[in-house]
Ligand binder design. Structure first.
Ligand code: MN
Ligand code: MN
Length: 271
């Protein structure tokens, strides 16, 4: 099935800085800038579809309200419509709030979803500063609503006592980077991949709102992404979130986003 790409220019749930709403345009710009080809590392060509040729389809950006409570149903609606023909979808955020409505839309057809989540932060606060729609809370909303069967996290290095209690409560498989030995969870069934680019070390991806030193290398992130494969695995969606172009340097982080878009499309087109 032909994968689709969609931009979700929304940063109204960000707790510290605005900026990620500008990311979809920047990631697209470097994706098509001609500095890299359209092959993934695993050898799949992910050229955009043109003139009826094989490839993927860019749906453009969704027009979204700045208020998360209004943007939530807008995103659910856009994703529901995009995947109605069964095609997988890659979303470019936006802040990490967007993952909750995306997963809500996908869960109606994939009730046994496994989420693979790369991030510096567990994003599982019950609320942050009184806001249950904050970009620090999406996985609390997803897990309490039963929208996913499993949540597997990599790169985590900021867990608070409250978030550890939440991880325990929801049975989250949280791999903290401090003690992670590089081993990967075995996966089966429908998988959703969500990549918060601040999971990478700021040395590799300076263009994020929350610099959290001590993070993953791009190589480690790619290893996690490439591990999402196999006969029993179906990649139904992916997102790349929290890129903040206001803090980027020489398009370094936009290029990280573009490469991750390619590799995610590749997972879907190879499978
Ligand atoms: Mn984060
Ligand atoms: Mn996050």
């Amino acid at each position: 099935m032909t994968p689709k790409l969609i931009g979700l220019p929304f940063d109204g749930a960000s707790s510290f800085l605005r900026g990620p709403a500008k990311a979809p345009g920047e990631v697209r710009r470097v994706l098509h800038a001609g500095s890299a080809n359209y092959f993934t590392e695993l050898g799949t060509e992910v050229r955009p579809a043109a003139d009826g040729s094989d490839g993927w389809i860019d749906l453009g950006d969704v027009e979204l309200d700045d208020n998360a409570q209004i943007a939530h149903p807008q995103i659910v609606g856009a994703i529901t419509e995009a995947v109605a023909d069964g095609s997988p979808i890659v979303s470019i955020g936006g802040d990490h709030f967007v993952t909750w409505p995306i997963v809500e839309a996908l869960a109606s057809t994939h009730p046994d979803l496994t989420i693979v989540h790369i991030d510096a932060h567990p994003d599982i606060y019950d609320e942050l500063d009184g806001d249950r729609f904050s970009h620090a809370c999406p996985f609390a909303r997803i897990m309490e609503a039963g929208l996913a069967k499993r949540l597997v996290q990599y790169g985590i290095r900021t867990a608070t006592n409250h978030q550890r209690e939440q991880v325990e409560r929801f049975g989250v498989e949280m791999h903290e980077i401090r003690t992670w030995d590089g081993s990967m969870a075995s996966l089966d069934g429908p998988v959703y991949l969500t990549i918060d680019v601040d999971g990478l070390d700021p040395a590799f991806a300076p263009g994020v709102s929350h610099h959290e030193p001590g993070g993953l290398t791009m190589r480690q992130v790619l290893d996690i992404v490439h591990h999402i494969a196999g006969e029993d695995v179906q990649v139904v969606g992916a997102d790349i979130v929290e890129i903040n172009p206001d803090r980027d340097q020489h398009d370094m982080t936009a290029m990280v986003g573009a490469k991750l878009v390619r590799e995610c499309l590749g997972l879907m087109m190879a499978g």
